[in-house]
Design a protein around this ligand. Sequence first.
Ligand SMILES: [Zn+2]
Ligand SMILES: [Zn+2]
Length: 149
Amino acid sequence: MTDQELQTLVEKISQESFRQPFCHQARFNRRLKTTGGRYHLQSHNLDFNQLLFEKYGETELIKVIKHELCHYHLHLAGRGYQHRDLEFKQLLKKTGGSRFAPTLTPAVFQIYQCQQCYKEIKRRRKIDTKRYVCGSCQGTLKFLKTIET
Ligand SMILES: [Zn+2]
Ligand SMILES: [Zn+2]
């Protein structure tokens, strides 16, 4: 989905679910890593996470668009636009937006290295290096680092 297609989609949802036009800019922001979307109080523009669309598809993206549009329309109308505000909660329920923008949790891996053949081993969980040895040469493993992907 391109930025232009996203813009058109946001305008359409705004018109259909909120009966009000969306007169600002919507775009994909590559710098959003773990949040699905963001409403900018100053510029009134909306940012969306491309990964969210790639990972969860259009249905989930639409729910996040509705969530951000709740912030947008309430804020512009001078109403309670924050998560804790009753008006926000009510509008969200009415329009079917996601309660919270789904967060994309990065996958965490533990990296170990064999002290004998220097092969690197990637594991989801921490392992006990006193009990586990290198699968190739039976060498001792040493914890190297934790990485997020
Ligand atoms: Zn929000
Ligand atoms: Zn080894």
